[in-house]
Design a protein around this ligand. Structure first.
Ligand code: GLA
Length: 400
């Protein structure tokens, strides 16, 4: 017995000496909101407070959204000792007061920095100040850090993220660490023990299938980002997620497109970080962002990212294994024309290569539920026939 305690003591001492990532955070993909996609640099404490209020009053908190994340441009200057402070004209009450307000709503508080000398918006970066910044964030009560990769000439990616991971750990307050280096150095290969999620692509843009060329960089529409996830599903799991970027739902695409975007992010077990102005949420957008049955696909405890099973005539068929031997399936119509789909469960051979699970509709009859109409639509004995509108999905769950 005594030896057991002695060994436990040694293990815990070793763990506290060697820094590591905070374990047991975001065992399902993180859910929340981030200021960037809608507000870019035009942020202030009033917007953030009102967003926290709206998170509660719209039912988004109840649907699982927890993090209120401030992106770039909150920064003021460093003081003579090197500590960073917020821009006092935009955040006159200071970060601690804002964080306290967010926490008082039962929500969590996220912030943004950059591994380089300056952020992408030209504000002070964390390079050389990592431990100091981590201490400051801990004092403010920060729960989530998105860490960007602009202005990092000469830095090693893995090393730079490791430094901030260790700095956060030594500051002692558990923080979700979100790696944002756009997939350039394949963070899925090295990020699992460093962060909780990593961006897999460059920036998303509010468009179903276009690319926006900004000269030195491009931003990508929803379908482009989706295609860039190919081959990455084996790298994600509970506590370490592929991040196809924050959502554009509610920022101006059609409801069909927003529904398709949201459904696919859930099939991908993606972090669900809303990027719209939730203070002015339309009913249509709210119905998408707060559909608990679709969110449950994203938040399923197996944490297995879905996969593309087949594609043809602009329709893709995706599957995601769920707990209790259930499955989610999504028929994505990438064209603008209505498509007639027909899926014969008895002839298809769906296998998830990660878990080895199969859909065997001959030995197992599944019931089918449409997750958007929230209606039962038969079972796998019969061929599934349906129409899918342009840029939209049919999303279903198979269950016993
Ligand atoms: C980068 C990131 C974006 C956003 C901006 C802020 O482009 O990828 O998500 O954080 O910087 O400047």
């Amino acid at each position: 017995m005594k030896i057991k305690y002695f060994l436990a003591l040694i293990v815990s001492t070793v763990l506290s000496v060697y820094a590591q990532k905070f374990e047991n955070l975001v065992l399902t993909p993180p859910m929340g909101w981030n200021s960037w996609n809608h507000f870019a640099c035009e942020i202030n404490e009033k917007i953030i407070r009102e967003t926290a209020d709206a998170m509660v009053s719209t039912g988004m908190k109840d649907a699982g959204y927890l993090y209120i994340n401030i992106d770039d441009c909150w920064h003021g200057e460093r003081d003579s000792l090197g500590f960073i402070h917020p821009d006092s004209s935009r955040f006159p009450s200071g970060m601690k007061a804002l964080s306290d307000y967010i926490h008082s709503k039962g929500l969590k508080f996220g912030i943004y920095s950059d591994a380089g000398w300056k952020t992408c918006g030209g504000k002070p970066g964390s390079r050389g100040y990592e431990y100091q910044d981590a201490l400051q964030y801990a004092k403010w009560g920060v729960d989530y850090l998105k860490y960007d990769w602009c202005n990092t000439d000469g830095l090693n990616t893995e090393g730079a993220y490791l430094t901030m991971r260790d700095a956060l750990h030594s500051a002692g307050r558990p923080v979700v660490f979100s790696l944002c280096e756009w997939g350039n150095s394949k963070p899925w290969l090295w990020g699992k023990n460093i962060g909780h999620l990593w961006r897999t692509t460059g920036d998303i843009t509010n468009c179903f299938d276009c690319v926006v060329d900004h000269g030195s960089w491009k931003s990508w529409g929803i379908m482009y980002i989706l295609d860039m996830q190919e081959g990455l599903r084996i790298y994600a799991g509970p506590g370490y997620w592929n991040d196809p970027d924050m959502m554009e739902v509610g920022n101006g695409m059609s409801l069909n497109e927003d529904r398709a975007h949201f459904s696919m992010w859930c099939m991908l077990a993606a972090p669900l970080i809303a990027g719209n102005d939730i203070r002015t949420l339309s009913d249509g957008t709210k119905n998408i962002l707060t559909n608990k049955e679709v969110i449950a696909v994203d938040q399923d405890s197996l944490g297995i990212q879905g996969f593309k099973y087949s594609s043809g005539d602009s329709v893709e068929v995706w599957f995601k294994p769920l707990q209790n031997n259930e499955w989610a399936a999504c028929f994505l119509n990438r064209s603008l024309k209505i498509k007639q789909i027909s899926f014969d469960w008895n002839k298809e051979n769906v296998i998830d290569t990660i878990s080895g699970r199969k859909i065997n509709s001959q030995s197992n009859l599944y019931k089918i539920r449409n997750l958007w109409t929230k209606k039962e639509v038969g079972n796998t004995e019969k061929i599934l026939n349906a129409e899918v509108p342009g840029h939209d999905v049919l999303m279903i769950k198979l269950y016993k």
